[in-house]
Design a binder for this molecule. Structure first.
Ligand code: GTP
Ligand code: MG
Length: 370
């Protein structure tokens, strides 16, 4: 496509063919009037004349699906489950995760409210489990609405002294829409006024019925603060995820989802990625949402520098040209040039879409108003 001869280009630029030929000579290319020019050369000539080329963007070429090769069955091996902790504000999601990690993230958090999604990996009985903490459900919602499914199991935290609250219901709806199995963690059992029966009763309304009552939902009573019930919860997570037979191919180029991203004064664009398939390496050429770059450095959930990250592993990376959004997908390309081209095309496409959005109202927007 896009082929032009020297004289055709001259005509478009309102120049003499001889002027083009002269410029080409400077660039070390001997050409005749009827010679075909490729895209890169056309762009160079245009730049010489201070003309900006509007590159043709072939929209479907920016689709990651086109570049993801199907894995061979024999390459697939077991991968850790990705577990998202959800629930109403203050019901103890972060404390539960702390307790699982035996750390104290809450103490250092601004105002005790989860600012970013924390993504952590723990090992239980030799099996790794990846946990995602959610500040409210904004990121989870945006991930789901953009088709990114990252979660294998949802832990619904409900405070035993507070019961089902609006965000509890929201969390149930998200998990159900994503068709993710739910384990109910009835938290704050140490508190006076803790009433786990009431929580069970309230949840029957949402078809979360405990096994004792003839249903198939797993309930675990716990106290995140005291570390009670944690082992049982981990056992249940392993049980539920085993049924799902979660597999991935570690021997391919990585793809996955952005869990969180921000601009750091010193480090530039910093993105927390969850690798969902393949293995991510330092210096990989990567397209992330509508931006791209090369993985400069990778840090794991313990803040340690690592050189590669396999399936279900969360890592923080630097080296992107811009800040992507939570829920964006990423894909590694073997060819750096290809990564750049696709990254740039996706950026252009987004700019065009943003322009369009100013005048157009989507159906979703209309529904949101109701
Ligand atoms: P957001 O991130 O703001 O949605 O809250 P969260 O669900 O992460 O709750 P967080 O872990 O920050 O806990 C909220 C409060 O409940 C804190 O003061 C915790 O100390 C307290 N808390 C959490 N778990 C327990 C528990 O098992 N027992 C008691 N007594 N208090 C708890
Ligand atoms: Mg929290």
């Amino acid at each position: 496509h896009n082929k032009l001869t020297v004289s055709e280009l001259a005509e478009k630029l309102n120049k003499e063919a001889s002027e083009i030929i002269k410029k080409l000579m400077f660039l070390g290319v001997m050409a005749t009037k009827n010679q075909d020019l490729d895209d890169d050369t056309i762009e160079l000539i245009c730049a010489e004349f201070d003309v900006e080329v509007e590159k043709e963007i072939i929209l479907e070429d920016t689709d990651f699906d086109k570049y993801i090769e199907e894995d061979k069955q024999e390459d697939l091996i077991e991968r850790p489950a990705v577990v998202t902790i959800m629930g109403h504000v203050d019901h103890g999601k972060t404390t539960l995760l702390d307790s699982i990690r035996h750390t104290k993230v809450t103490a250092g958090e601004a105002g005790g409210i989860t600012q970013h999604i924390g993504a952590y990996q723990v090992e239980n009985d030799g099996k790794k489990i990846t946990f995602l903490d959610t500040p409210g459900h904004a990121a989870f919602t945006s991930m789901r609405s953009r088709g990114a499914q990252v979660t294998d199991v949802a832990i619904l935290v409900v405070a035993a002294d507070d019961g089902v609250m609006p965000q509890t219901v929201e969390a149930i709806n998200h998990a159900k829409a994503a068709e993710v199995p739910i384990i109910v963690a009835v938290n704050k059992m140490d508190k006076e006024g803790a009433n786990p029966d009431r929580v069970m009763q309230e949840l029957t309304e949402y078809e979360l019925i405990p096994e004792d009552w003839g249903g198939d939902t797993i309930f675990v009573n716990l106290s995140a603060i005291k570390g009670e019930g944690i082992d049982e919860l981990l056992e249940m997570i392993v049980l539920v995820s085993e049924v799902e037979e979660l597999k991935a191919n570690p021997h391919t180029t990585a793809f996955g989802t952005v869990i969180d991203a921000q601009l750091d004064k010193g480090r530039g664009s910093v993105a927390t990625l969850l690798v969902q398939n393949g293995t991510l390496h330092v210096s990989d050429s990567i397209v992330v949402g509508n931006t791209h770059g090369r993985v400069r450095a990778m840090v794991n959930d313990l803040g340690k520098r690592v050189n590669n990250a396999g399936p279900s592993t969360p890592v923080e990376i630097t080296g992107l040209n811009d800040v992507p959004q939570a829920g964006d997908q990423f894909l590694v390309f073997k060819d750096e040039k290809k990564a750049r081209q696709i990254g740039e095309a996706r950026q252009q496409k987004q700019i065009q879409e943003n322009r369009g959005e100013q005048t157009k109202v989507s159906l979703d927007d209309l529904f949101e108003q109701i």
